[in-house]
Design a protein around this ligand. Structure first.
Ligand code: SF4
Ligand code: SF4
Length: 301
């Protein structure tokens, strides 16, 4: 293995270790089972990544999930909203690339795949809008619900929304199904006590949606983050003007396109400002920086 390749592998290993560290931080309550003598507790912090609220192992809350939850009470979600805005302005979508447990799962799946699919640029440009539509619907329903709870003492809308009253995204998020529902179902199956109610359409829908997302992530790098994640969309809108970005040194860049080909988010790096680029889709995973043979790309504040 060449020295250059070894250094590149070290970058990837470093990011994987960081992702693993955050995974254990966000699902810290697992230690209560592994080491029952050291009791960990829930830390009331919201972080702009996907952390399952339905999981009994999560020690923190994902900001978008908590926004929906607070609006369903109804309370104005100052803290989770501020966490998205502040983090987004400073480091853009860095946490998507380095800390999000569901992003980590997708990266692991993508590594297992020998043949990855690259969506045509025309379709990619269309599909990336889906997450903004999902975000718009989620926030619209949650804000209307919060308003109606203030005006209507009978909570008619909340009743009509049923399980979706706690938030559209929260209810069907594959992250919630993966970390929240699936471990419980597997535990029941292992003890022979699994009793699936045939009329639980929502659970079946969520399981199918989860399988679709995981297969998508196996074939298409960061499939969920690129096309469907409403939190990624929210952070991306703010990331457009984040402090942290990437600089492309024009004196070193020979336009070989290697960075563009390796980018899991299919960003057209060479069409962005060279002085410093920030992009709605960029998760600052630094794969382009690792791949550049001329050392032309650098993180820049
Ligand atoms: S990989 Fe490096 S040299 Fe090649 S196009 Fe990208 S920035 Fe330029
Ligand atoms: S532009 Fe570079 S840092 Fe941003 S997502 Fe693509 S590969 Fe990662």
């Amino acid at each position: 293995m060449s020295k250059e390749k070894r250094i590149k592998n070290l970058y990837s290993i470093f990011r994987t270790i960081i992702q693993l560290g955050f995974f254990f931080l966000f699902y810290m309550l697992a230690f209560n089972y592994i080491t029952p003598y050291i009791k960990t507790s829930i830390i009331p912090i919201t972080v702009p990544v996907l952390i399952s609220l339905r999981s009994n192992l999560s020690s923190m809350a994902g900001s978008l999930t908590f926004i929906q939850y607070m609006l369903s009470l109804p309370l104005f979600p100052w803290i989770p909203l501020a966490s998205i805005l502040i983090i987004g302005v400073i480091i853009g979508r860095l946490l998507c690339g380095w800390a999000c447990p569901f992003g980590f799962i997708q990266d692991l799946l993508s590594r297992l795949s020998k043949e990855k699919i690259r969506i045509s640029q025309q379709n990619h440009n269309k599909y990336i809008k889906i997450k903004f539509v999902f975000l718009g619907i989620t926030l619209f329903v949650s804000f209307i619900l919060a308003l109606s709870l203030h005006l209507d003492a009978n909570n008619e809308l909340k009743r009509a929304l049923g399980p979706f009253a706690e938030g559209i995204f929260y209810t069907i998020s594959p992250n919630e199904t993966f970390f929240g529902d699936l471990p419980g179902l597997l535990a029941q199956a292992s003890t022979g006590s699994l009793n699936l109610n045939i009329s639980n359409y929502l659970l079946y829908f969520n399981l199918i949606f989860l399988i679709f997302t995981l297969i998508g992530a196996f074939k298409i790098p960061r499939f969920w983050c690129k096309y469907l994640c409403p939190l990624g969309g929210f952070l991306g809108i703010i990331a457009k003007c984040s402090l942290l970005g990437i600089r492309r040194d024009l004196t070193k860049c020979d336009r070989c396109m290697k960075c563009v080909k390796v980018c899991p988010m299919q960003i057209k790096i060479l069409e962005l400002p060279w002085e410093k680029f920030t992009d709605t889709e960029c998760t600052l995973c630094v794969e382009c920086i690792e791949e550049c043979p001329n050392d032309a790309l650098k993180l820049k504040i």
